[in-house]
Design a protein around this ligand. Structure first.
Ligand code: LLP
Length: 421
């Protein structure tokens, strides 16, 4: 459920007409709903109630400081994967002991930054990384809390580009080798082994792969404890999918996921961490765009928008579906028409939808891409020298620009011309 609903024939973000935001800020623009963000966070929190837990929001999904602050206020920790994300989490007021550092290629500078500023744990993905963390922590006279990310060789049954838990993926340490790597960790200076980490992929719409992976983690917990390791924390990753298409059967709810966590690892007495990104912010964001032209092609009509693949790359990159709705509610029974919905960027890949059946829309109308909050603005670029898309946060009847659209001068003046030119 989200807070983007039609009221008296117009799409609202909570209590603000979407058209008012477009008029004030221009299009394209991302619009987020505070109530939806908070609601989704609380669903996870309630789902894990009764277990000692921390929800570390995977901020790669949407990392605007205002979004981070909204979630931090609810008690969220953060899952970060770069120095930039770490510094954003800090800038939003998240203390180091609520920041989990993930990622397959942490650099020495990133490890040092997190050890200096405080970190809840590093989720370690390889032996060389473990050795690097050990050497850096020891040289600083400190100890790094770590988990090892294990790769359980589970098919997450999601898009190949976002599946991470198969043995051929670059992530984690093969679970069969985990005991050896934990033994190595225990022998190294500057390392405090606190638990196990697993993350098998994103946009999972079936709980079965989670069940398989978490059962393997439960077995591994017992084996590692028998080996003498104090496994007291399990980071179960993110990945629960969201409904992208209205009317289709929705994926399992956070409460179903919470029951699964309780069933598979609840008996171990570990502190539970999860790293959801998409489910918290995905349906809390719209991308609002204006129709520039309606063009008749050979046997098809094109809806040419002012948003493009540089603003929302998911359809081009993952063949992702986003519902696209007019900001003025169509009359009941309005005639529907198939359009290819495209942006102005100069490549055919700049196509949001093919033969999408839509109510009547005309040049100058506003449309909204639903479910665009996760992996939308954060993956935007300035391709075709289109200024980075701005972001707006709504809270009740208030809205604020949380990232302004750069001016053309700001965009161009970031470049410098060498003195020899
Ligand atoms: N934890 C780790 C270690 C991750 O790699 C990810 C996502 C998450 C948590 C959060 O997963 P979520 O709950 O959001 O599914 N750009 C792609 C998605 C990439 C996901 C990368 N990792 C997309 O637009 O679909």
């Amino acid at each position: 459920m989200d807070h983007f609903l039609y009221r008296d024939g117009a799409l609202f973000a909570e209590d603000v007409p979407v058209a008012d935001i477009a008029a004030a800020v221009g299009t394209p623009v991302y619009v987020y709903s505070t109530a939806t963000l908070v609601r989704h966070f609380r669903l996870f929190d309630e789902a894990l109630a009764g277990m000692d837990h921390l929800i570390c929001y995977a901020m790669k999904a949407a990392s605007n400081l205002a979004i981070l602050k909204t979630l931090a206020r609810e008690g969220a920790g953060m899952d970060v994967v770069s120095a930039g994300e770490y510094l954003r989490a800090k800038a939003a007021g998240v203390p180091g002991d609520r920041i989990v550092f993930s990622g397959v290629g942490k650099t020495p500078a990133e490890i040092r930054l997190a050890l200096e500023g405080g970190v809840r744990q590093f989720n370690v993905e390889s032996e060389p990384e473990l050795e690097a963390i050990s050497a850096i922590a020891a040289s600083m006279g400190t100890t790094a809390p770590i988990t090892i990310r294990v790769n359980p060789d589970v098919d997450a049954k999601t898009h190949a580009k976002i599946a991470t838990g198969k043995s051929e993926n670059k992530f984690g340490i093969p679970i069969a080798r985990a005991r050896d790597v934990y033994a190595l960790a225990a022998s190294l200076p500057g390392i405090d082994v606190v638990g196990i980490d697993v993350h098998i992929g994103s946009q999972l719409t079936d709980l079965a792969p989670f069940e398989t992976a978490y059962s393997k983690v439960a077995d591994l917990t017992e084996a590692l404890r028998a080996d003498g390791h104090d496994i007291r924390r399990l980071d179960l990753g993110g990945g629960l999918g969201i409904p992208y298409t209205r009317g289709n059967e929705p994926p399992p709810l956070p409460s179903d996921y919470g029951d699964l966590v309780r069933r598979t690892v609840g008996h171990l007495g570990c502190e539970i961490e999860i790293e959801p990104g998409r489910l918290i912010v995905g349906n809390a964001g719209l991308l609002v765009s204006e129709v520039i032209y309606v063009k008749s092609g050979e046997g098809r009509d094109f809806l040419i928008l002012d948003a493009a693949m540089n603003d929302l790359i998911r359809p081009a990159m993952y063949e992702a579906h986003h519902d696209i709705v007019p900001v003025i509610e169509p009359a009941p029974g309005a005639e529907q028409h198939p359009f290819d919905v495209v942006g102005p960027v100069c490549e055919t890949g700049d196509t949001f939808a093919r033969q999408r059946v839509m109510p009547p829309v005309a040049a100058g109308d506003l449309v909204a891409f639903r479910s665009a909050g996760a992996y939308g603005a954060v993956m935007a670029s300035e391709y075709n020298s289109r200024p980075l898309v701005p972001e707006v946060l709504v809270d009740g009847d208030k809205f604020a620009v949380i990232r302004a659209r750069p001016t053309f001068d700001e965009m161009i003046n970031r470049d410098t011309i060498p003195e020899w030119l």
